[in-house]
Design a protein around this ligand. Structure first.
Ligand code: ME8
Length: 634
């Protein structure tokens, strides 16, 4: 049977312009869709906009336009943004589209006719930002935990969906399908909600208060509650009820969301589907928040970062790479422009960019720009690493551990970079007797680059295409997850097409300026092995910095008073990268049994651990949670 893959993003509210939170979810969906296409699956990727409800009506009123005019404008911003981020959605749905309105009414009629909708009275706390009622228990200090605003108290007669009737079914479905909601922490969160009795869901709003919505098919004085309307987009978008797409894709549906909308997706939606006689979706994939200064990035908090600005400043592929490499899917991440630049310089410009430019330059120089021959006595290291990495990347895609997929790909890149250092093609080139060996080494490197180019293609489609073109591949589209399984796919004799640098190095200036700077040499090769006993001779300890001051007349040195269970003074050459006040209170790691040394007349009893000078300067080793001072580090 043909493999099929269906991925959706949330449909975004049209009350605010897109920021990197929206861009992240949509790029993740795009990476997945591209991967599944490259693996030979029939794929459908849906995104769109959520346009009804109080929130949009309020935003439109503030702007002095009709809700529809307002929705048209912001929906257009989302629709225009996606091609600029090379998003390959198959369809863009709007909840104001006629086919969606008809589908919502059809589902409402079905559930109503089945007796699962009744008329009743409700009062409770409503957060307009979330467009939902909160129980008192869910509020923190009386406020919505997401928007940090006080919800409105509302009393209304309305229609209700008998959600409570499906509580037991939902619990058993989640228990029987451990990866229905993933990662596991969110499955547990939904199960925790379900430990309390589920209330029925209020699914209407009286037109006397809100007219911007889809009229109920059984009472024209009411419009549909925006979540009951919005969730149904996932079936409208693939042609519910009787299209070929619906039959192919609904059984494999996967939704992608952030944790803010876990409850509607984890509870309302599966029970709505059950009541409408439809199968539940296959997976709900939930990610964390992009934070800025510890707070969720959101329009209401006024701390948004624009995806287009970043893309224009640093390039699209660098932006896509950073988002997917930095965030561990499921956990929160902090956005930092400085961190972004560090990754681009170290991982893209240095590791990947230099690999491609060094290898292609050597083929130009030593092989007249033509791909050399692969001889039978080829080394195993690169094909073996490539085969393992391809397997690891595929596994990471199944588990949605995108950062791990990229780390695996970088293992192959770094192995290739080491292979250059170990085999010194420039030395082989000097001896005519070594020409076969030289050709072989360069062929292996070019093949590794071909595999890397295909593996990165879901993440960085533009750069992948450029690399494949540089390798002289005339039809890059034909390369996929199948063609890289055979080592030796490059045709000997084919000419390379050298291009410009893939990822120019960025000189980061916190005031917002960015310029290219000179290349810094790559890190030295790994040193020879040592035994565990030898390693154990070095006593590493957690130290807390008590005081820090500049060493007079020295540009590089700082004098640090530290606590490792006893007080000591150490001197560290980090003054160019750290100000004394940034260090006080920090926990670091020191070598506690290094022979004391005098630096500028001060005795240093120990040495702190930090990176060599890199393009980003020196980075001191620190902890991700507070360790015990003096603890041994191994
Ligand atoms: O909730 N970090 O729309 P919305 C990560 N219309 N992702 C973020 C984010 C952040 N700081 N901020 C937003 C809605 N997102 C409803 C959805 S679906 C039937 C209806 C992303 O515009 C993330 O995907 O508030 C989150 O779930 C979504 O935007 C919320 O978008």
């Amino acid at each position: 049977m043909e493999k099929a893959f269906y991925i959706t993003t949330p449909i975004y509210y049209v009350n605010a312009s897109p920021h990197i939170g929206h861009a992240y979810t949509t790029i993740v969906a795009d990476v997945l869709a591209r991967y599944h296409r490259l693996s030979g699956s029939r794929t459908f990727f849906l995104t769109g906009t959520d346009e009804h409800g109080d929130k949009i009506a309020e935003a439109a009123e503030k702007s002095g336009v009709t809700p529809k005019a307002y929705a048209d404008r912001i929906s257009g911003q989302f629709r225009d943004l996606w091609p600029k981020l090379t998003i390959t959605n198959d369809y863009f749905i709007r909840t104001t589209d006629t086919n969606h309105i008809e589908t919502v009414q059809a589902i409402l009629s079905k559930v109503y006719d089945a007796g699962d909708i009744y008329f009743g009275h409700y009062e409770g706390y409503y957060c307009v930002g979330c467009e939902r009622f909160y129980t008192e228990k869910e509020l923190i200090d009386g406020k919505c935990p997401d928007h940090q605003t006080e919800p409105e108290f509302r009393k209304e007669s309305n229609y209700f969906f008998k959600m409570s009737k499906y509580q037991d079914w939902l619990i058993s479905h989640i228990n029987a399908n451990p990866d229905f909601i993933r990662p596991e922490r969110y499955r547990n969160e939904v199960l925790a909600f379900l430990r309390e009795p589920l209330e029925d869901l209020c699914i209407s709003r009286p037109k006397s208060r809100l007219s911007w919505g889809i009229t109920l098919p059984f009472d024209e004085n009411y419009v549909t509650y925006v979540w009951f309307d919005a969730l149904i987009n996932y079936i409208t978008g693939i042609g519910y009820p009787d299209s070929d797409n619906f039959r192919t894709f609904w059984p494999v549906a996967q939704h992608l969301i952030a944790k803010d909308i876990l409850k509607p997706h984890g509870i309302y939606w599966p029970t709505m589907l059950k009541a409408a006689g439809l199968e539940p979706y296959k997976h709900l994939n939930v990610h964390g928040y992009w934070n800025v200064d510890q707070s969720k990035m959101s329009k209401s908090l006024g701390n948004v970062i624009s995806p287009l600005e970043l893309k224009d400043k640093y390039g699209l592929d660098a932006f896509r790479y950073y988002l997917l490499r930095e965030m561990v899917f499921g956990l929160d991440s902090s956005f930092s422009e400085e961190g972004f630049v560090q990754r681009v310089n170290a991982e893209l410009a240095n590791d990947l960019g230099n690999l491609v430019s060094r290898v292609t330059a050597m083929v130009m120089k030593y092989c007249k720009g033509k791909i050399p021959a692969l001889t039978p006595e080829a080394d195993a290291i690169l094909p073996d690493t490539a085969a393992r990495v391809i397997g690891d990347v595929e596994k990471s895609f199944q588990e949605l551990t995108f950062h791990k997929a990229l780390m695996s790909i970088w293992e192959l890149i770094n192995t290739a970079n080491r292979y250059i250092v170990e085999n010194e093609p420039w030395s082989l080139a000097k001896d005519p007797a070594n020409q076969d060996r030289l050709g072989n080494v360069l062929y292996q490197l070019l093949e590794a680059i071909r595999v890397v180019a295909v593996l990165i293609s879901p993440f960085m489609p533009g750069s992948s295409g450029k690399i494949l073109t540089q390798l002289g591949i005339t039809d890059p589209e034909r390369e996929d997850f199948k063609t890289i399984r055979t080592w030796g796919g490059l045709s000997s004799g084919q000419s390379l097409q050298r291009g410009e640098a893939l990822f120019p190095r960025i000189d980061y200036k916190p005031d917002g300026g960015a310029a290219e700077i000179k290349a810094i040499p790559p890190p030295p090769p790994i040193k020879p092995e040592v035994s565990y006993e030898d390693f154990e001779k070095i006593d590493l300890r957690v130290a807390r910095i008590l005081e820090a001051e500049v060493v007079p007349k020295s540009a590089k040195l700082l004098k640090l008073k530290i606590d490792i269970g006893e007080e000591r003074t150490i001197v560290a050459g980090i003054a160019k990268d750290y100000k004394p006040e940034q260090l006080v209170g920090k926990s670091i790691v020191i070598v506690a049994n290094l022979k004391p040394a005098k630096l500028m007349g001060i005795e240093s009893r120990g040495m702190l651990l930090a990176t060599d000078t890199t393009a980003e300067g020196i980075t001191v080793l620190a902890f991700d949670r507070e360790p015990r001072t003096g603890a041994k580090v191994r």
